[in-house]
Ligand binder design. Structure first.
Ligand SMILES: *Cc1c(COP(=O)(O)O)cnc(C)c1O
Length: 222
């Protein structure tokens, strides 16, 4: 998209969001220039799926925005991810959490994380299964350098975003239940769900963090 169009769509979406909803600009496959334009228009949080591309972007853009990991994190990328991200939204196994915790200890850094749920129970998708989430959170809450701050879900990507609503509802129910459980070292602050085609429905169902790419930057080429 042209610079002016990116600015317009950023402002339009920011104005349309309720006050309590945090907008994460999903920036995979975008140029540094496009992301900088979005920041000029008011974006405060950049989400990225790929550690190395995020690192390159951060070298240019710096720390005037927050950086969230929103893609599947491979264990061999953990060291770099701990260095560059302010939040990892996609923790879905104890093994991954342990690796992140270990690295955080070396760097003397606390890492806010979200637990990713595979709310649609889709095979071959990342995220913990809904019935595994409680046990996983209990385990991870023992890791001293991680701060569990909420849940993230993709939800199945249907043609019709209305079809994602039941999965958003179920994730919100889990969020509320875990919040009421008041577990040690767990603070249910953020519920990250909804993308370009589904964020309005996600907000209706209780999301307070949305990850939007194509509606800010234009359709992706691939
Ligand atoms: C790409 C991506 C988004 C944004 O998707 P759009 O449909 O472009 O808004 C959100 N979350 C994750 C995890 C993504 O990979």
């Amino acid at each position: 998209m042209e610079t002016i169009e990116i600015k317009r769509s950023v402002q339009q979406i920011m104005q349309s969001l309720p006050q309590n909803v945090l907008l994460v600009a999903a920036s995979k496959q975008r140029t540094i220039e496009e992301v900088q334009t979005a920041i000029e228009a008011g974006i405060k949080v950049i989400g990225h799926n790929y550690v190395q591309q995020a690192e390159r972007m951060q070298e240019v853009i710096g720390y005037k925005v927050q950086w969230h990991m929103i893609g599947h994190l491979q264990k061999n990328k953990v060291n770099k991810a701990v260095k560059i991200f302010d939040m990892i939204e996609t923790v879905d196994s104890f093994e991954l959490a342990e690796k992140i915790n270990e690295r955080c200890e070396m760097e003397n850094k606390f890492m806010p994380i979200l637990i990713e749920i595979n709310s649609g129970r889709e095979p071959n998708k990342t995220g913990a299964l809904p019935e595994e989430v409680d046990e996983l959170i209990l385990q991870i809450s023992e890791l001293p350098f991680l701060e569990i701050q909420g849940l993230m879900t993709m939800g199945p990507r249907f043609g019709n975003p209305e079809d994602a609503r039941p999965y958003f509802k179920a994730t919100k129910a889990a969020f509320d239940r875990l919040n009421q459980a008041r577990l040690d070292n767990v603070e249910m602050l953020y519920l990250s769900m909804g993308m370009s085609n589904s964020y309005q429905i996600a907000i209706e169902e209780g999301a307070n963090m949305v990850r939007i790419g194509s509606k800010l930057f234009g359709e992706r080429k691939c």
